[in-house]
Ligand binder design. Structure first.
Ligand SMILES: NC(=O)c1ccc[n+]([C@@H]2O[C@H](COP(=O)([O-])OP(=O)(O)OC[C@H]3O[C@@H](n4cnc5c(N)ncnc54)[C@H](O)[C@@H]3O)[C@@H](O)[C@H]2O)c1
Length: 297
């Protein structure tokens, strides 16, 4: 039996990129899929409609929606239309997103607000509208979409200037960090229910990130493949009944690389020192460079 047999999924931003790959994979594994996306090409062709048509042509069942996830009305209409058509909602994947590039002092207030709105408010509203249905069923799978850009890898020392991977913008990192925080907190909020929440950190070539690619991941060269279709099986698994006990995880997926990140603030992965009493700045002058590795450069 297909692992998502009989499940009803809603994929925001499912017209293109990762969302499109995930919608296809859901359908291929037995789910019926609602695809929401606001994008239309220069000829007026809606991306959500195109993905839905492809799925139906391949023998699946799909519904195209064109709602804006940043508005309460849009997010509500998207969820209600899915439930009305398919009777329930089992899986929500929030791929709707965009990127703003630029240095912080050059970003306009409008650019900042619009990116935070799309990612954070979009995630909030999509989850808010989907949850009453999932809570009523006492089951559900929410897969949010963060980014490794939420916590950009900072070199050990200011003395290192070469080969630093440049973030798109602070607005993008802030939005994605917000999604990580929202996802782990929501997972805990829903701990006693049958609903899981996990946050995907993808890396793939799409129209949004035509040049994307983590050159290094976990200290080793990243997977050579940047095909969004490689990420979809991870999302299918997280959305499946088999993953009932997996919640609150931050999951990197790209090509054949898969990381289940540990707790970001767990001191076991960090350097911690303790003094019985208060540190002096002079003592810290001595000790901090070796703690952060700056003394080794
Ligand atoms: N591609 C990567 O390597 C990568 C890495 C990290 C995070 N991400 C995140 O993954 C998500 C998907 O990115 P992608 O690379 O597939 O990009 P993409 O542009 O191909 O897909 C995003 C889709 O979201 C849709 N969308 C935008 N605003 C919307 C709105 N208000 N309502 C409904 N739909 C809307 C767009 O029309 C687009 O089709 C984004 O959140 C992105 O930040 C991608």
């Amino acid at each position: 039996m297909p692992i998502l047999d009989g499940q009803v999924a809603l994929v925001t931003g499912g017209g293109r990129g990762l969302g499109r790959s995930i919608a296809h994979a859901f359908a291929a594994h037995g789910a019926v899929v609602a695809i929401d996306d606001v994008y239309r090409d220069e000829n007026g062709v809606a991306a959500a409609g195109a993905t839905a048509n492809e799925i139906e042509a391949a023998g699946g069942k799909a519904l195209a929606l064109f709602e804006d996830v940043t508005t309460g009305d849009g997010a509500r209409a998207m969820v209600e239309a899915t439930v009305e058509r398919f009777g329930r909602l089992d899986i929500l994947v929030t791929c709707a997103g965009n990127v703003t590039r630029g240095l912080l002092h050059e970003l306009t207030e409008q650019q900042w607000d619009s990116l935070i709105n799309l990612h954070l408010r979009g995630h909030f509203l999509s989850c808010k509208m989907a949850l009453p249905h999932m809570l009523e069923q006492n089951s559900g799978r929410i897969i949010t979409v963060g980014s490794r850009g939420a916590f950009f890898q900072v070199p050990a020392s200011k003395k290192i200037s070469r080969d630093i991977r440049k973030p798109p913008s602070t607005a993008y990192s802030a939005a994605k960090a917000g999604i990580l925080g929202m996802s782990t907190t929501l997972a805990v909020e829903l701990w006693e229910t049958g609903i899981t929440v996990n946050c995907l950190l993808p890396s793939a070539t799409t129209q949004l990130f035509p040049e994307t690619g983590a050159r290094m991941v976990g200290g080793v060269p990243a997977s050579a493949s940047l095909d969004p279709d490689d990420i979809a099986p991870t999302v299918v698994y997280l959305a499946s009944p088999d993953a009932a006990d997996i919640s609150g995880k931050i999951v990197y997926s790209s090509g054949g690389d898969l990381i289940f990140y540990g707790d970001q603030l767990d001191v076991r992965g960090s350097r911690m020192i303790r003094k019985l009493g208060r540190w002096t700045p002079e003592e810290l002058q001595e000790i901090v460079p070796s703690m952060v590795g700056a003394g080794n450069e």
